[in-house]
Design a binder for this molecule. Structure first.
Ligand SMILES: CCCCCCCC/C=C\CCCCCCCC(=O)N[C@@H](COP(=O)(O)O)[C@H](O)/C=C/CCCCCCCCCCCCC
Length: 218
């Protein structure tokens, strides 16, 4: 019985993950890195539960998450509390490769930019899921969202592998079930609730990176 309760407690719930993203913005609209990273960690857990075909994506996401965690745990961790403070600290101290890869392949600015681009994919995918009909294909929604966002930054081989992996996504009903949020109507409501905040986190980061000319970091 205790085990059953435990298993129920530990069941994945996408609402909690998206709530983590919702808590990313501080009162003065700074993006909190711990919460941002926790959100991605939750999403990776969800993706892992969909099958090993997504391992190559998961591996890359985990390595980027780990780089950000290392910055937070490092001796200058306090400079990495928000994306705003990280950008200022790394730029002021010349810790970012601006035009070509060089001494700082693991800068926070570069690493977070990769996750930021993936956040745009997430936003587009969730919006499609929210407005989709019952018989819509998640693979098509995922692939369209990918082609409109991340794909332009990926070489041919990654694009090919990604689009092949998307074909393994379960149908919409199963996908909704794995999200463990409730009825399809509750899933749609939850997405409608979470999306504006995810969009805001994306917009705040996009404007910051644009202001400092960081959107094309190598
Ligand atoms: C109800 C909705 C639930 C959605 C659940 C989504 C779960 C997604 C979890 C994680 C997403 C992975 C984020 C991937 C970050 C990719 C960063 C990136 O662009 N990396 C490339 C460039 O890095 P550098 O070489 O410059 O360091 C790297 O080359 C990429 C390698 C792997 C392929 C990345 C493919 C990304 C596809 C994202 C869609 C995930 C689909 C999951 C399906 C649920």
């Amino acid at each position: 019985m205790a085990d059953a309760v435990m298993a129920e407690d530990q069941k994945f719930c996408l609402r909690e993950v998206l709530d983590t993203f919702k808590s990313c913005l501080s009162e003065d609209k700074e993006v909190l890195i711990d919460q941002y990273v926790a959100g991605w960690r939750g999403l990776v857990r969800f993706m892992n539960s969909l099958g090993t075909i997504f391992s190559f994506i998961s591996k890359d996401a985990v390595s980027k998450i780990q780089i950000m965690v290392n910055h937070r745990n490092g001796e200058n961790g306090v400079q990495y509390i928000t994306v705003q403070s990280m950008v200022k600290y790394e730029l002021d101290n010349g810790l970012v490769d601006i035009t070509k890869r060089g001494s700082y392949p693991e800068s926070g600015c570069r690493t977070l930019l990769r996750l930021h681009r993936a956040l745009r994919w997430l936003e587009l995918f969730l919006e499609r899921l929210r407005t989709s009909a019952e018989d819509s294909k998640t693979s098509v929604m995922c692939s369209e969202a990918y082609n409109e966002s991340l794909a332009k930054y990926h070489p041919w081989l990654i694009r090919k592998a990604s689009n092949m992996a998307f074909c393994a996504l379960p149908g919409r009903p199963t996908f909704f079930e794995v999200m463990n949020v409730g009825t399809p109507e509750q899933v749609v409501a939850m997405l409608g609730d979470a999306l504006p905040l995810i969009s805001e986190v994306y917009q705040v980061t996009e404007e910051l990176y644009s202001k400092h000319d960081l959107l094309d970091l190598p």
